[in-house]
Design a protein around this ligand. Structure first.
Ligand SMILES: NC(=O)c1ccc[n+]([C@@H]2O[C@H](COP(=O)([O-])OP(=O)(O)OC[C@H]3O[C@@H](n4cnc5c(N)ncnc54)[C@H](OP(=O)(O)O)[C@@H]3O)[C@@H](O)[C@H]2O)c1
Length: 310
């Protein structure tokens, strides 16, 4: 059997996370993967599943990561402190991780000749109201600045809504509450969130990898979910309404007027870029106003999640 040539080296930060580990699985056949993670046990499990993967153990400040950047052709930067409530209470750590470390990594990437740097951002960066969102907004801005400074590296940003069932997500918390026979905690049943599946998130990263141009912000055209609909998936569970947490919005925005207004769109994505000349007729994209994910799709996603965890 002819051996597959894996000349290219792909560094995935946060490779032990929900998105990162799925990206390892997706790109494993094609690339030499360098997987960065802080948790040794999770990294070792990844290595068992994907034996050619090289582990880069440590946080974003560890020297091993610099060596990995030196070897990488492509970097996909997913590692972040993504918990909104923790960010409110650990502001310095969140700024340092999400802003400073992202900037240093992205800058180092260009200095070491990395061809492409993909940064995973969030809709919470759009008109941010919490520390987490502000850090991602700043990181987006810094990446765009680096795209101007280093033309030899292609910097692409993916701005995502919620990935259904990702670690620490409301669905994971509710499943855990169910297992413990405790009430599911609902902040506000009227809240809406942009939501899509993990395979859709991987597809968007793949679009960034193959079609993204430097300075692009790629925004998937996502549907939204109202917490009230999500609660229907847990209709047997007792409910405890706990109210909105500091910094949380009732509805999210994927894009607000006043941001970059030039670019192009496909059936699946808005692609913003200041270098484009075509104006996108975009108004605010608010999760309360867009199409909802059908309940049947939510049920399918939940079944898949439960099956994959079994
Ligand atoms: N999940 C979503 O719904 C969603 C939506 C929009 C955007 N995003 C963005 O997508 C990315 C991935 O999200 P995810 O859900 O996959 O997150 P996740 O499951 O929490 O994974 C985050 C990863 O980052 C690592 N990490 C955290 N802090 C670190 C640090 N200081 N140094 C090194 N590594 C660190 C974690 O390592 P450990 O395993 O050691 O903790 C983990 O591997 C994040 O940038 C997030 O902001 C996620």
């Amino acid at each position: 059997m002819a051996e597959i040539r894996r000349e290219k080296c792909l560094l995935i930060t946060g490779a032990t996370g929900s998105l990162g580990s799925e990206l390892v699985r997706h790109y494993y056949p094609e690339y030499q993967i360098l997987a960065q993670g802080r948790n040794a046990e999770k990294l070792l499990r990844l290595k068992l599943a994907y034996p050619r993967t090289e582990m880069v153990l440590g946080d974003l400040r560890a020297p091993g990561l610099r060596e990995a950047v030196r070897r990488a052709d492509v970097v996909i930067h997913t590692a972040a402190q993504k918990y909104v409530n923790l960010a409110e209470r650990h502001c310095y750590y969140t700024v340092d991780t999400n802003v400073n470390c992202t900037y240093e990594l992205a800058d180092l990437a260009a200095r070491h000749g990395v061809e492409r740097f993909i940064f995973i951002s969030t809709d919470k960066s759009s008109f941010p109201t919490n520390v987490y969102g502000i850090t991602k907004y700043l990181a987006e801005r810094l990446i765009l600045e680096l795209a101007e400074v280093y033309p030899q590296t292609t910097y692409v940003i993916c701005r995502f809504g919620n990935i259904f069932g990702s670690s620490g997500s409301v669905v994971q918390l509710w499943l855990e509450a169910q297992r413990r026979r405790e009430p599911i905690q609902v902040t506000d049943p009227n809240m809406t969130r942009f939501m899509f599946s993990l395979p859709d998130a991987v597809a968007a990263v793949d679009f960034a990898l193959h079609q993204g141009r430097s300075g692009d912000i790629i925004i998937p055209k996502m549907k939204s979910v109202c917490l009230r609909d999500l609660m229907q998936l847990f209709s047997d569970a007792p409910i405890e309404i706990i109210g909105r947490r500091p910094g949380e919005k009732v509805h999210e925005t994927l894009y607000v007027q006043g941001e970059i207004s030039t670019g192009y769109e496909t059936d699946q994505y808005y692609v913003l870029n200041t270098r484009d000349t075509t104006r996108l007729a975009l108004r605010d994209i608010n999760s309360s106003e867009c199409e909802r994910v059908p309940l049947t799709t939510l049920r399918q996603w939940l079944q898949q999640l439960i099956r994959s965890a079994a």
